[in-house]
Write a protein of this length. Structure first.
Length: 420
């Protein structure tokens, strides 16, 4: 007999304490944000804020962050904290480039999935079987991945033509596509600089111009993960392990098996993000090329409240901020000061309406400082553009902390039969 209906009566299916945003309200917020960005672009003449090239680069930079975050979501929905995402990304970059160079790019993608999954298996073995602290295990995997890939690089690439002990030879391209006709039309419309219309054209043009096939796969994995985790009995059982594993076990769910599956899938998804870095963002493996994206992916998952849709928005936000150091960094970052100052001012009104006066005063002070910074300067130091993704990560997590709701049993040790 299936246990899926019965699980709806467990604490895992308890309604959330906070009301969720309805789709019309969410769409209204997104439309308002687009209008605000468009207005800031016109005021500052920073056309690069919403150019096709900016949006295309943002999508490319968001994919590895999104894959790491999606991997973290799978693990944490089953109750296992995965700080080892950075290490699994690293394993994906190395194995993807190594196999892609020898046997072709799609073989490299499969090898990256396997490499990341091996990292997930090690993490599952430590946390699920031996009950090692999840944070300790994740940090250990990050360190082991760095050491293992350095050793393998020296063993494999040292002395090879076109490679060094820290870099692989060039990997063949996976290929990319541009939507004919439509991409050019959207690019031309974006260059006209019309209010809102040109910005939407830039956004749409960015996802239709020079898009890698691996990008399509990565984007499709977001709704697929949502469907599996929230619309199938398999997903219900897996999520019950992260909410109340004792109750799940009492209803016949093999909690250990589901935790192992979730963490291995988590590692494979992070490995796919690593393959993207070494085969799409660049065409070779380079030591250190993950650049902390595993940690930013974890932040995107938390920002998204352990939901695929929110995670995708977070990854897009962090990916966009990462483009500032690539395209028009100082000019666009200076324009963003005005945008953030306006958003902070709107946040002040919200906090006062909620009668959170202390937070409102602090946010008002930040808004005034940002307005003064923008008005008193014509540009910002290049270091500010470089640091923007990491600063934005901390700000977003600080502002969204009060609405977060992690799985109830996330990170808690569990042994088979402990509820008996």
């Amino acid at each position: 007999m299936s246990t899926a209906p019965a699980l709806d009566k467990t604490p895992a299916a308890a309604p959330a304490a906070r009301r969720k945003l309805s789709l019309p309200v969410l769409l209204l917020i997104i439309a308002g944000l687009l209008c605000l960005v468009s207005a800031v672009r016109l005021i500052t003449d920073a056309d690069g804020l919403t150019s096709v090239s900016q949006m295309s680069t943002a999508l490319r930079l968001a994919v590895p962050i999104g894959m790491a975050g999606l991997g973290g979501l799978w693990a944490e929905r089953a109750g296992v904290v995965n700080i080892g995402l950075e290490g699994m990304l690293i394993l994906g970059t190395w194995f993807g480039a190594w196999a892609g160079y020898q046997w072709g790019p799609w073989t490299g993608v499969i090898a990256a999935l396997i490499g990341g999954a091996i990292g997930g298996l090690v993490h599952a073995l430590a946390t699920v079987t031996f009950n090692v602290n999840h944070i300790v295990s994740g940090v250990a995997i990050n360190i082991l991945a760095l050491g293992a890939t350095r050793y393998l690089s020296v063993l494999t690439y040292d002395g090879m033509e076109g490679a060094t002990s820290r870099q692989s030879p060039a990997v063949p391209s996976l290929g990319e596509f541009t939507v004919p006709g439509l991409a050019d039309a959207l690019g031309d419309l974006n260059k006209q600089g019309y209010f809102l219309i040109s910005d939407i054209a830039g956004l749409l043009g960015g996802v239709m111009t020079r898009v890698s096939w691996l990008t399509l796969i990565a984007v499709a994995l977001v709704p697929l993960s949502w469907w599996i985790l929230w619309r199938t009995s398999f997903g219900l059982r897996l999520r019950s392990c992260g909410e109340n594993p004792i109750a799940a076990e009492s209803l016949g769910v093999n909690v250990i098996k589901y935790k192992y599956l979730a963490v291995i899938i988590s590692g494979a998804l992070a490995g796919l993000g690593g393959a993207f870095l070494s085969m799409v963002s660049s065409n070779y493996y380079l030591e250190g090329q993950t650049g902390g994206r595993g940690y930013i992916g974890l932040a995107a998952m938390i920002f998204g409240n352990w939901m695929p849709g929110g995670l995708a928005l977070g990854a897009g936000l962090f990916g966009y901020s990462d483009t500032l150091k690539v395209r028009g960094g100082t000019e666009n970052t200076h324009a963003l000061l005005l945008l953030i100052a306006i958003l902070a001012l709107l946040a002040v009104a919200w906090l006062i309406w909620k009668k959170k006066y202390v937070g409102g005063v602090v946010t008002l002070a930040v808004s005034v400082l940002l307005f003064f910074w923008y008005a008193s300067t014509d540009s910002v130091p290049s270091q500010v553009a470089t640091a923007m993704p990491y600063v934005l990560t901390m700000l977003v997590l600080a502002l969204s902390a009060q609405r977060l709701r992690m799985p109830k049993a996330d990170g808690q040790p569990y042994r088979k039969g402990q509820g008996k």
